[in-house]
Design a protein around this ligand. Structure first.
Ligand code: ADP
Ligand code: MG
Length: 885
C-alpha cells in the first residue's frame, strides 16, 4: 500500500500547480500593524460592551450602536484572516473558491453570491474596502465615525464618500512588450486601420455586418473548396465569421437540397441538414440565436440548436448547431449521419474529449460516404496537425485583421485575482476614455461574485463616474435574455464589462472590447488513471490560451491586456498549449458510447492523440465493474441501456439499479438535483469558519435546516436533495416557497427541466417499476412518499441509497482511524467532507461514505456525500475491492 501511495503521487503529478494555486489564492496575512489594530479594537469593543451592559442597548444612541456593530465586523474580518494564517501555518486551508460576503443579516459569511450584496447598508463600505485591501481607508472611515459621534447630529444622514484610492491600485508593467509582429505600426498602417475602424462603425445593418466579416470575401472560394475536397480545414482568427457564416453560405449554396449542392432527395423525402458542432452549450445557443436573427426566422425554425436536455429543432430546421456531445449521441442512432450533407466541427482546437472522438468517427465516415462533406474549423492553432490527421486535407486560411495589443503584467503575484480584477476594472474605467472590458475568470461562482462586487462598488462610486459601468456576466446557467446582453451595443457614455469564462476565448466574439483582464487560470477536470480519481481543479491556463485571451482586445482597435500574474509566471508556470481533454479525463463515458457504436478495438482506434493504454484499461475496468461490459469486454444488455442514458456511466448505473429497486421516480429527482446542488442555496453556511450557525438566520439556517434533518443523517446529501425537491414539488413549484426557504428558484427550475426530460427518457426506456406511477409534473414522488407508512418510507429510502451505492461504489471512502478525514477505499487517498455537505462534522461520522465528486481546493473535498453500509459495497463490488482486502 505504501508503495501504491507513492506511485500515485507521482502520477497525479501537478504538485507544482497545486503549490502555485495555494500561493495565489492565499489571503494576505495580517500585518503587524493590523495585529495591533486588532488588539485596540478588541479593547474598544470591551469598553463598548461594558457601556451597553450599564446603559442597556436601547439607551445607546443610533450612532453608537452602529459604530459598535461596524467595529465588531472589522474585528471578525481580522479574526478570520488570522485564522486563515493559522491554518496556513498548519499547512492546511487556503480557499480559492470560497470568499467572504455580507449576508442579508449584515454578517460576514463565506461564499459571496450575486444577489446578497445589494442594499444600501453603509457597513458594506467596509466590505468593499476589504475587497480592495484598503485597510487604511477603512480606518479613515472609522475615524470619520468617531468624529461623527462627537459632532453634531446633522451629519447623521450623510453617507460617506467612497474614494477610489490610487495608492491601492494594482501595479502593472509598462506594457512595453507588445503582442505580435504587427505591433510596430507604420503611419500608413495606422491610417489603414483607422479607415477600417471607421468603416466598421458605418456598417450597422445585419446585411452590412455579414458582408464586412473577413470570411465574406472568400465566400465563393470556400464553397468551391467544400465541393472539391471531402475534408477541409478552415483556419481563421476568432471573429472572422466562421461559425455564423459558413453554415449559411453552405445553405445558400444549396447544401440542404443534397450533398455538394446537387439536388438529391433524401430517402425520407426530407431536406438535408447542415450541422455545426460547438464544444459548449452557451456557444451553441448563442450562435443559433444570432444566425436565426441573420436568417430572419425564430430559433427552432430554419436554424435550430440541440444541447443536452434541450432540443430546439423542428422539421423545418436545416442549419443545426449542437454540442459535440449531442452529435456523438446522434452517431449512436444514425451511424451514417444520413440526415446531414455537411458537418462542420467548430472550435476543433479546443480539443474537447467529444470533439476528439468525433474527429475519429467522422474520418471513418468520410471514407464511407464520399459525397459527405466535413469542415474542421479552428482558430489558428494546430491546423497542421488536423491536416496531417485527415490525410493532408487542404487548409483554407481566412486572413484576419488584428490590431496590436499591449500586454501588462503585474509586478508581483496577486494574492487574490478576484480582488485584483475588480480593482483593475476601476483603474481602467477611471483612466481610459473608451473601450469595453472583458474579464476572464474560471467559473460561474467567480463571475457572480465579481459581478456583485462591481455593482456594489459602482453604487458607491456613482458620484465620481463620468460614465456608467454596465456589468454583463455570461455563463451557461444564466437565462438566455441575460446572455444576450453581452452582445448589445454599448450606449454612448457607458462602458460594458463582460465577465466570462474561457467561453469568450474563441467561441463567442464580443465587439468593442478594448481591454482584457486575464486571471490566468482555468477550471479543469483532472483524472488519474492510476487512482481512478477525478477532480475539478483551478489551474494556470496555457500560454496559448493567455495569448488568445489577449487577442480579444484587438478586434476593433488597438487594445490592452492586463494579466493578473507576473511575466515570470507567464514564462515559467504556464504550459505552452493546453492538454487535450482526452489525455487528462476519465474515459469511461466515451468508451461506453464507442462500445455501443461497435468500436471495440479501442487500442487501435485512430485518435488524433491516443489516450494512454492505462487510461483506456481503467475505463474498461470501470465499465466492467458497473456491469456494462462482460469478461470478454463485450457490451452487455445493461451496458447498452446505460449508453442510451445521457449521463455519466455511474449515474446511468444508478438509474438502472433504481429501476429494479422500484425507486426510479426518486432517483431521477436526486440526479436532476445533483446537477444543481451548488446553486440551490442562495447563501452558504459558515460552518467552515467555526461559527455558530444558529446565530445566522436566512440562507444559512435554511441550508442548515435541510442538512440537519433526520434524512440527512440517514442518507446524506442525496436524501437532503430529494427532500428539497419533494417540498418544492408539493408546494406547486412555487417561487414563493423558494424565497421563504432561501432557495434559488432558478436553480430549482432548471432541475425541474432536467427532471422532466430525464423522466420522459426513463419512461421511454421502461425503467419505471410497476409500483411507480409517473406523472409529467414531477410531484409524483412526493405523493408517493406521503401516502406511505413510515416503515414503507424508510424502506424506500434505503432502496434509493442502494441505487446510488450500486453506481458509485468506486467513489467509496472509509473513515480514518483518527476520525477527522476519510480515505478512498481503493487507494487510501485522504479525502475530506466538503463543508457544504450534510455530513460535514456529523457526530458520529459515518464509517463509510460514497461521494458524487471530488473538488480540489486546499484539499481533496468530497462533494455530495452519502453514508453507505460496508455490506453493500461488498455486495456490489466484490471484484472491485478484492485487491484492497
Ligand atoms: P468566428 O466563428 O470566426 O470566431 P463568428 O462567426 O462567431 O466568428 O462571429 C462573427 C461576428 O458575428 C462577430 O464578430 C460578431 O460581430 C458577430 N456575432 C457573433 N455572434 C453574435 C451574437 N450572438 N450577437 C451579436 N453578434 C454576434
Ligand atoms: Mg467561432
Amino acid at each position: 500500500d505504501e508503495h501504491d501511495r507513492d506511485n500515485t503521487k507521482g502520477e497525479t503529478g501537478p504538485d507544482v500547480n497545486f503549490e502555485q494555486l495555494r500561493l495565489r489564492s492565499r489571503q494576505k496575512y495580517l500585518s503587524e500593524r493590523e495585529k495591533k489594530e486588532m488588539v485596540l479594537l478588541r479593547g474598544e469593543l470591551k469598553d463598548f460592551e461594558r457601556d451597553i451592559e450599564k446603559l442597556g442597548w436601547g439607551n445607546m444612541s443610533e450612532q453608537e450602536r452602529h459604530e459598535y456593530e461596524i467595529k465588531k465586523e472589522i474585528l471578525s474580518i481580522f479574526d478570520r484572516r488570522s485564522r486563515l494564517e493559522e491554518e496556513e501555518e498548519r499547512g492546511g486551508g487556503s480557499f480559492l473558491i470560497e470568499d467572504d460576503y455580507v449576508n442579508e443579516e449584515g454578517r460576514i459569511d463565506t461564499k459571496r453570491k450575486g444577489d446578497v450584496l445589494t442594499g444600501k447598508n453603509r457597513r458594506m463600505q467596509f466590505l468593499l474596502d476589504e475587497e480592495h485591501g484598503k485597510k487604511h481607508n477603512r480606518l479613515k472611515q472609522l475615524s470619520h465615525f468617531t468624529n461623527l459621534k462627537k459632532n453634531d447630529k446633522q451629519h447623521e444622514e450623510k453617507t460617506y464618500d467612497y474614494v477610489f484610492d490610487q495608492a491601492q491600485a494594482v501595479d502593472f508593467t509598462g506594457g512595453d512588450e507588445e503582442d505580435d509582429a504587427d505591433s510596430k505600426l507604420t503611419a500608413d498602417e495606422k491610417a489603414l486601420w483607422e479607415k477600417i475602424r471607421r468603416e466598421e462603425e458605418r456598417v450597422k445593418t445585419i446585411e452590412d455586418t455579414r458582408k464586412s466579416l473577413p470570411v465574406f470575401q472568400y465566400r465563393d472560394q470556400l464553397i468551391e473548396a467544400v465541393k472539391k475536397y471531402p475534408v477541409l480545414i478552415v483556419v481563421g482568427q476568432t471573429g472572422s465569421g466562421k461559425t455564423t457564416q459558413l453554415p449559411q453560405y453552405l445553405y445558400e449554396a444549396g447544401f440542404d437540397k443534397g450533398p455538394l449542392g446537387k439536388e438529391v432527395a433524401r430517402k425520407d423525402g426530407q431536406k438535408f441538414k447542415i450541422g455545426c458542432t460547438q464544444p459548449r452549450r452557451v456557444a451553441a445557443t448563442a450562435v443559433a440565436s444570432r444566425v436565426s436573427d441573420e436568417v430572419g426566422t425564430r430559433v427552432g425554425d430554419r436554424v435550430g440548436y440541440s444541447i443536452r436536455f434541450d432540443d430546439r429543432t423542428s422539421e423545418k430546421t436545416v442549419i443545426k448547431y449542437m454540442t459535440d456531445g449531442m452529435l456523438l449521441r446522434e452517431f449512436m442512432s444514425d451511424p451514417d449521419l444520413s440526415e446531414y450533407s455537411v458537418m462542420m466541427v467548430d472550435e476543433a482546437h479546443e480539443r474537447t474529449l467529444h470533439t476528439d472522438i468525433l474527429l475519429g468517427l467522422l474520418k471513418e465516415l468520410s471514407s464511407e460516404r464520399p459525397e459527405f462533406r466535413l469542415l474542421i474549423s479552428s482558430a489558428t492553432m494546430d491546423s497542421e496537425k488536423f491536416s496531417a490527421y485527415f490525410n493532408d486535407a487542404p487548409i483554407f486560411n481566412v486572413p484576419g485583421r488584428r490590431f496590436p495589443v499591449s500586454i501588462h503584467y503585474t509586478m508581483q503575484p496577486e494574492a487574490n485575482y478576484l480582488h485584483a480584477a475588480t480593482t483593475t476594472v476601476f483603474q481602467i474605467h477611471f483612466s481610459q476614455k473608451e473601450g469595453d472590458i472583458l474579464v476572464f475568470l474560471t467559473g460561474q461562482d467567480e463571475i457572480e461574485t465579481m459581478a456583485a462586487n462591481l455593482r456594489a462598488t459602482c453604487e458607491k462610486l456613482a458620484g465620481q463616474m463620468e460614465r456608467q459601468l454596465i456589468v454583463c456576466p455570461i455563463y451557461a446557467n444564466l437565462p438566455q435574455e441575460q446572455q444576450k446582453l453581452i452582445f448589445m451595443k454599448t450606449p454612448a457614455n457607458a462602458r460594458k464589462v463582460v465577465l466570462a469564462t474561457n467561453i469568450a476565448e474563441t467561441s463567442l466574439t464580443i465587439d468593442g472590447i478594448a481591454n482584457v483582464i486575464d486571471c490566468g487560470f482555468v477550471k479543469e477536470d483532472r483524472y488519474s488513471p492510476v487512482t481512478g480519481i477525478q477532480s475539478l481543479a483551478v489551474v494556470p491556463c496555457s500560454r496559448a490560451s493567455a495569448d488568445q485571451r489577449a487577442g480579444r482586445a484587438g478586434r476593433t482597435g488597438p487594445g490592452k491586456c492586463f494579466r493578473l500574474y507576473t511575466r515570470w509566471s507567464y514564462m515559467n508556470e504556464m504550459a505552452a498549449t493546453p492538454t487535450p481533454e482526452i489525455l487528462r479525463t476519465n474515459l469511461s463515458g466515451v468508451v461506453l458510447q464507442m462500445e455501443s457504436l461497435g468500436i471495440t478495438d479501442l487500442l487501435h482506434f485512430d485518435f488524433l492523440d491516443s489516450p494512454s493504454p492505462e487510461a483506456l484499461i481503467k475505463a474498461l475496468e470501470q465499465l466492467y465493474s458497473l456491469g456494462a461490459l462482460n469478461e470478454k469486454g463485450e457490451l452487455t444488455w445493461t451496458g447498452a441501456k446505460m449508453a442510451e442514458l445521457p449521463c455519466d456511466p455511474m449515474l446511468a448505473r444508478c438509474l438502472l439499479a433504481s429501476s429494479s429497486l422500484n425507486c426510479c421516480t426518486e432517483v431521477v429527482s436526486v440526479i436532476s438535483m445533483l446537477e444543481e446542488s451548488n446553486s440551490i442555496f442562495s447563501g452558504r453556511t459558515s460552518r467552515k469558519a467555526g461559527e455558530n450557525p444558529s446565530a445566522q438566520p436566512s440562507a444559512a439556517t435554511s441550508a442548515e435546516k435541510f442538512r440537519t434533518r433526520a434524512d440527512a443523517r440517514l442518507g446524506g446529501d442525496h436524501l437532503t436533495l430529494l427532500e428539497i425537491w419533494n417540498q418544492f414539488a408539493t408546494n406547486g413549484f412555487s417561487p414563493q416557497w423558494c424565497r421563504d426557504n432561501f432557495i434559488q428558484y432558478r436553480a430549482m427550475n432548471r432541475a425541474r427541466n432536467v427532471r422532466n426530460q430525464l423522466a420522459r427518457l426513463c419512461r421511454k426506456m421502461n425503467l419505471y417499476g410497476e409500483e411507480e406511477i409517473e406523472e409529467q409534473n414531477g410531484a409524483d414522488s412526493m405523493i408517493r412518499m406521503e401516502s406511505m407508512s413510515r416503515d414503507e418510507r424508510d424502506r424506500l429510502k434505503v432502496r434509493i441509497m442502494k441505487s446510488f451505492a450500486r453506481g458509485f461504489f468506486a467513489n467509496a471512502a472509509k473513515l480514518s482511524r483518527s476520525g477527522d478525514y476519510y480515505q478512498t477505499l481503493k487507494k487510501h487517498q485522504p479525502v475530506y467532507v466538503h463543508p457544504s455537505s450534510a455530513l460535514f462534522r456529523m457526530v458520529p461520522p459515518p464509517k463509510y461514505v460514497i461521494y458524487n465528486e471530488l473538488m480540489l481546493t486546499s484539499k481533496e473535498f468530497m462533494r455530495n456525500c452519502m453514508p453507505v453500509s460496508e455490506r453493500w459495497l461488498g455486495e456490489y463490488a466484490p471484484h472491485y475491492y478484492r485487491s484492497s482486502g
